[in-house]
Design a protein around this ligand. Structure first.
Ligand code: NAG
Ligand code: NAG
Ligand code: NAG
Ligand code: NAG
Ligand code: NAG
Ligand code: NAG
Length: 366
């Protein structure tokens, strides 16, 4: 860095020097020399600007280790209601929420009693009002718990059916190297915790969190339900190869995930009905996944090669917004669905015969 600065400085000095020499003898020189000087000066300025913009990203990463320009505020007063309607612009939200955040929606004030380091991964498309409500509610909520956290919103471009599971995988891969993030909370944008004491951290086993949603009458819709929100350590998520990438459209990916967890031998924990109480923000019904029962037929055999290790996507935008890190991705459905289904079904049946005497029948959600 120092060397690079010196190099630029020297280049700049040279250019200035050259300009002076040129201007001294300018009377005898032609117009061509003038042009040369102007071009040189422009090159220097351009290089300088390029150097600056390249360093914006790494500058954000430095924040963690340098003395922070932000006021380390221990946020202790959380009094919001999850049902309250929000009508605010992004500008207003940023103004009220970003004063103690670092770029990319990070919160880690020194001096507070931090109880963990978590990444909240939010799969997203086309739900702007919900995203606003989420940020408005969840930033103060997590801060009141003295958590060190980062908000990561992974958005999919329009065109294809929404692939929640794949976006969660992408959010994981893109943020797992960033810091010492060890705990990942995979969080739908339309769920807000109703109780201030709901724990937001990782357990010794993968944990399901959205246990009692108001829309489901504050109970599990079916015993193996694993949707909405779950919390896993980096190590556990990698061990089960993340989510499947095959589920386009609403539903199914969470049942597949639950099955992966069971296969892996990891035990599962759930929050209690008291701790896991959530309010669901209203939205129009999504188009259900019509292929999910076909996919269930191959879920046992797929888990080893369909997930984190087969993830293919293109990052179009990676932006450190003030309230969250925004990752916009493009997915190509053909390059995701490359498996020979007939062959997989056969393999899956054999595997199931060997391992399980009773096969769990996948249950439907209403
Ligand atoms: C907590 O917030 C409420 C409402 O915003 C306010 O009336 C109260 O004084 C605050 N308490 C503390 C200790 O800051
Ligand atoms: C939201 O707020 C704006 C201005 O603050 C107002 O014009 C608009 O009517 C409000 N919308 C709703 C649905 O309350
Ligand atoms: C958060 O940290 C502050 C200051 O260290 C402390 O007063 C407060 O009790 C802590 N809150 C929680 C929920 O741990
Ligand atoms: C942090 O918590 C520990 C106990 O968990 C306590 O001893 C210590 O005083 C707290 N520090 C602050 C700054 O609140
Ligand atoms: C994360 O780190 C591993 C090991 O250092 C590396 O192979 C991988 O490419 C990194 N991933 C990203 C997204 O930077
Ligand atoms: C998607 O990938 C396939 C091959 O994997 C390629 O033939 C096709 O052109 C790609 N589609 C787009 C829109 O890029």
């Amino acid at each position: 860095m120092y060397n690079f600065c010196r190099k630029i400085f020297t280049t700049k000095t040279k250019a200035v020097e050259m300009k002076r020499r040129f201007s001294l003898s300018v009377v005898t020189r032609s117009k061509f020399d003038y042009l040369l000087v102007i071009v040189l000066v422009h090159i220097v300025i351009f290089t300088y600007i390029l150097f600056r913009s390249e360093n914006i990203q790494s500058f954000a990463n430095f924040h963690r280790h340098r003395s922070s320009p932000y006021t380390p505020t221990c946020f202790t007063n959380f009094t919001q209601s999850p049902q309250a309607k929000l009508n605010a612009t992004w500008e207003a939200l940023e103004k009220s929420l970003s004063f103690n955040l670092k770029p990319g929606g990070r919160y880690n004030p020194e001096g507070c009693n931090l109880s963990g380091d978590i990444v909240v991964v939010i799969p997203y498309r086309n739900r702007e009002d919900q995203l606003k409500s989420f940020m408005h509610y969840m930033h103060p909520f997590l801060q009141s718990k003295n958590l060190s956290y980062q908000m990561v919103v992974v958005e999919m471009t329009p065109g294809l059916e929404f692939n929640r599971a794949m976006l969660l995988n992408i959010g994981f891969i893109e943020s797992m190297n960033a810091t010492d993030n060890q705990c990942f909370i995979f969080h739908d944008v339309d769920l807000l915790p109703e109780k201030t004491y709901t724990p937001y951290n990782c357990d010794t086993s993968p944990r399901h969190m959205a246990v009692a949603i108001d829309k489901n009458g504050y109970k599990l819709p079916y015993p193996s339900f694993f949707g909405g929100i779950c919390a896993l350590t980096k190590e556990h998520f990698q061990r089960i190869n993340g989510f499947s990438n095959q589920y386009f459209g609403w539903g199914g990916e969470d049942d597949d995930f639950h099955d992966r967890l069971k296969q892996s031998g990891l035990s599962i924990t759930r929050l209690s009905l008291q701790d896991g109480r959530y309010h669901m923000l209203s939205h129009a019904a999504e188009k259900p996944n019509t292929e999910k029962f076909e996919l269930f037929k191959t879920m046992r055999v797929r888990s080893s090669f369909d997930g984190l290790n087969s993830l293919k996507y293109k990052v179009l935008k990676y932006e450190l917004k003030s309230l969250y890190t925004w990752i916009l991705v493009n997915i190509n459905e053909t390059s995701v669905k490359t498996f020979d289904r007939e062959q997989l079904i056969k393999m899956n049946e054999e595997l199931s015969k060997k391992k399980y005497t009773m096969r769990r029948k996948p249950r439907t959600r209403q």
